[in-house]
Ligand binder design. Structure first.
Ligand code: SF4
Ligand code: SF4
Length: 317
């Protein structure tokens, strides 16, 4: 799936935001004719993501949702949102092809007012979309992070799907592997809680490699409820790679993924299809960077040699 950035503005300033080299620099809302071109370019996939900044801030968001609703090319449209403006657009989401991935920030981080907007947004979205089309997402960014706001929302709205992402620190002073060792306890505590609540887990970004876990931790990870075999392999670290996601911006440039916004930007107009573009990123980014080992022992690890692991995230290499 590719993602289209509808704009670069956001109504929050999350402490961990990995998109801040992009967000808020200038007003850059996508024009409808550009959107149509990009939708045409990505049509073979059948699925598309809408990202930002905060995509629901786009002045023509209702028109955009209507275009996607009418499109026969797309059977699934995922909107990545912080949920604050959902109340205003929820009635335009009345189609089973729409899925929400609502990134939850704690009440401490965004304040009472924004948190209650988020709650009202979820309530409204539930009037128009089935529960299974609404995932909550959490960015794990500090040790011993307080997940109580997230758990409160999962319980209150009886939501059963959670997407987890381990934030890539902005400065990357610490290497990826030491960072994973430091953060794994916090992630495992979240998984344990999710398991107790019967939540299905998905993983977004920055998967911890298997070698970072102890045998005991691996045994625990094996018991979690996953969406599918792919998710199982990612959570247990058996596969610690990602394929090019492809984020496309209002000026028709594209990057491999958000984490690589400042690297390897190309124009989609130089490619015939989305598949050509993905292959380009795979060959010109992934295949080149993977030769930089995240730690010495990777040199002899079969996973590194077989594209099963590049140590969590290419941004560290
Ligand atoms: S490639 Fe490196 S980080 Fe990945 S599992 Fe092997 S030793 Fe660990
Ligand atoms: S390289 Fe992979 S893990 Fe790293 S930011 Fe991009 S998609 Fe996420």
């Amino acid at each position: 799936m590719a993602n289209i950035a509808l704009l670069n503005r956001c109504n929050l300033r999350c402490p961990y935001c990995f998109a801040d080299s992009y967000v808020g620099k200038e007003r850059d809302d996508i024009k409808i004719d550009t959107l149509m071109e990009i939708l045409d370019f990505c049509a073979s996939e059948g699925t598309i993501g809408l990202i930002g900044g905060e995509p629901l801030l786009h002045k023509q968001i209702d028109t955009i949702l209507e275009i996607l609703k009418q499109s026969i090319w797309y059977h699934k449209v995922t909107i990545f949102t912080n949920g604050l403006l959902l109340k205003e657009v929820a009635s335009s989401l009345n189609h089973p092809k729409f899925h929400l991935l609502i990134n939850v920030n704690s009440q401490r981080d965004i304040g009472e007012k924004a948190f209650s907007m988020l709650e009202r947004g979820i309530e409204e979205a539930l009037k128009y979309l089935p529960r299974e089309n609404i995932d909550l997402g959490i960015n794990v960014y500090e040790e011993n992070q307080d997940f109580s706001s997230l758990i409160y929302l999962l319980e209150k709205y009886k939501l059963k799907r959670l997407r987890v992402s381990l934030v890539i620190p902005k400065d990357k002073k610490e290497g990826g592997i030491p960072y994973f060792y430091r953060m794994k306890k916090t992630l495992l505590s979240l998984y344990k809680k999710a398991k107790e609540m019967g939540i299905y887990l998905g993983y977004d970004c920055n998967a911890i490699p298997e070698c970072v876990f102890t045998d005991e931790e691996r045994a625990f990870l094996d018991t979690l409820p996953y969406e599918n075999q792919f998710e199982r392999e990612i959570f247990t670290g058996k596969r610690s790679v990602c394929s090019p996601v492809v984020d496309i911006y209002p000026d028709k440039t594209a990057t491999r993924c958000f984490g690589m916004y400042d690297k390897a930007r190309v124009s989609i107009t130089d490619f015939k299809t989305l598949n050509d573009l993905k292959n380009y990123f795979f060959k010109e980014v992934d295949c080149r960077i993977i030769n930089n080992y995240p730690q010495q022992k990777c040199k002899d690890c079969y996973k590194n040699k077989t594209f099963g692991c590049f140590g969590g995230c290419l941004c560290y290499l």
